[in-house]
Design a protein. Structure first.
Length: 118
């Protein structure tokens, strides 16, 4: 198996792990933060091997997980937790859509369509 394929699988695994850690981290379930730390390092390794879009989204979700976790209790002085969660989720969706559009625009350059010479 090539290192590119392994990096892709690691990036996807890190993204899924970060998303799975987000929801339990809202409740006082701090072991979910360990999953975020592992996902962060997986994203860094994946980015080093070319999986930059997945890494960007994973790192955003890891940061969001820390912001809504009980570790960041100080943030509740400034914003309601439910508003923060909804805002971070909307921000994540916007980033994901932007990265997907960037990916779709890069496809013609990666895989040029054959031209027919009639």
């Amino acid at each position: 198996m090539s290192s590119q394929k392994i990096a892709e699988q690691l990036g996807v695994f890190s993204l899924v792990l970060a998303m799975l850690a987000f929801v339990p981290a809202i409740a006082p379930f701090t072991p979910a933060l360990l999953g975020s730390v592992i996902a962060f390092f997986g994203a860094i390794i994946g980015a080093a091997y070319g999986q930059k879009r997945i890494a960007i989204l994973t790192i955003y979700i890891v940061i969001a997980t820390f912001l809504v976790s009980p570790v960041s209790i100080w943030i509740e002085q400034f914003i309601n937790l439910s508003v923060l969660v909804v805002g971070l989720l909307i921000g994540g969706v916007v980033i994901a859509i932007g990265l997907f559009i960037h990916y779709r625009r890069s496809l013609p350059y990666l895989f040029p369509r054959p031209t027919s010479h009639s």
